[in-house]
Design a protein around this ligand. Structure first.
Ligand SMILES: NC(=O)c1ccc[n+]([C@@H]2O[C@H](COP(=O)([O-])OP(=O)(O)OC[C@H]3O[C@@H](n4cnc5c(N)ncnc54)[C@H](OP(=O)(O)O)[C@@H]3O)[C@@H](O)[C@H]2O)c1
Length: 277
């Protein structure tokens, strides 16, 4: 489904793209894909020195401006840091990519409360508040907001129960907001990748070597995902899967009852979760 509103100029081109979680993984790949198109960047994550290195790598290759912002988006201050920076610099993103996110794998009862809190805040609250803060400003310039969900958002996934629920939230929230804002000069897209070979497994506390083997063999290269997604983002597609295969998989999942999706996920993941717990 395309959300291009008739008021958006045909030659609309973003100048600034703000990407959260761009020090590595998919966020970094999206940063390179945007730089290749000539878009200037605002990169945000917690590790400033890594962001600086990414910025250097990009400016060595492309003639774009890159700013970096250190912000921990698992805290309320993180959102404010990004907002205040843009306000101070008077640089407003034309595209905001809410990519920062983390997973948490294992038996729910063993997951530390602190990690659950961080996960919920980062994956849902920060993303929601960034849409709320930046959305009205971005309406002035026909902006695009991209929220990164996951294929597990389509499956209530045992041992990834909280993570999959947060990604389901991102999917539903983005769809709803896309519709609500359809004629307000702003588009909302939801990028829904499957497994990618990034730092995700390490950050999700996955140590089981058999699981890591499976996820790495199934995982896509994040550069390929970014290159596939960017043209679709610029076309303002509401839901963007990471490949044609993923689109078919999502369609197929839609035909399978939710309880069966969840049962199959449990059968697949149980052995890995029980070994790691
Ligand atoms: N990899 C997969 O298989 C997969 C599949 C589907 C969806 N996704 C989603 O894709 C997105 C990107 O994940 P990835 O695979 O690229 O993972 P990744 O390699 O772990 O990268 C995560 C990025 O988010 C940043 N980040 C983490 N916690 C943060 C915080 N509290 N505040 C600000 N930034 C933070 C990290 O930078 P710092 O550590 O420097 O803060 C890093 O740049 C996530 O939303 C994830 O849920 C991943």
């Amino acid at each position: 489904m395309s959300t291009r509103a008739s008021s958006i100029p045909k030659r609309w081109k973003p100048r600034w793209v703000l990407i959260t979680g761009s020090s590595q993984g998919l966020g970094k790949s999206l940063a390179f894909a945007c730089a290749r198109e000539g878009f200037s960047l605002i990169l945000a994550a917690r590790r400033q020195e890594i962001l600086e290195a990414v910025s250097q790598e990009i400016t060595n290759q492309y003639q774009v401006s890159v700013h970096t912002i250190m912000a921990d988006l698992s805290t309320p201050e993180g959102v404010d840091t990004l907002w205040q920076w843009c306000k101070r610099q008077q640089i407003w993103p034309d595209i905001l990519i809410n990519n920062a996110g983390r997973g948490l794998f294992g038996c729910f009862e063993d997951q530390p409360e602190r990690d659950l809190h961080h996960l919920l805040y980062l994956n849902m609250e920060s993303l929601t508040l960034l849409c709320h803060r930046f959305g009205p400003k971005m309406m002035e310039n026909h902006g695009i907001i991209v929220n990164v969900s996951s294929l597990v958002g389509l499956i209530p996934t045992p041992y990834f129960s909280v993570y999959s629920a947060t990604k389901s939230y991102v999917l539903h929230f983005s769809r709803a907001l896309a519709r609500e804002w359809k004629h307000k000069g702003i588009s909302v897209c939801c990028l829904v990748p499957g497994y990618m070979r990034t730092g995700f497994d390490t950050n999700a506390a996955i140590e089981n070597s058999s699981y890591l083997q499976v996820s790495r063999s199934l995982g896509k290269d994040p550069d390929k995902v970014a290159n596939y997604a960017l043209p679709r983002i610029l076309k303002r597609k509401t839901i963007i899967y990471a490949s044609t295969g993923d689109t078919w998989l999502a369609l197929f999942l839609g035909l399978v009852p939710v309880s069966l999706r969840s049962l199959i996920a449990k059968i697949f993941l149980k052995r890995f979760a029980e070994k790691t717990s």
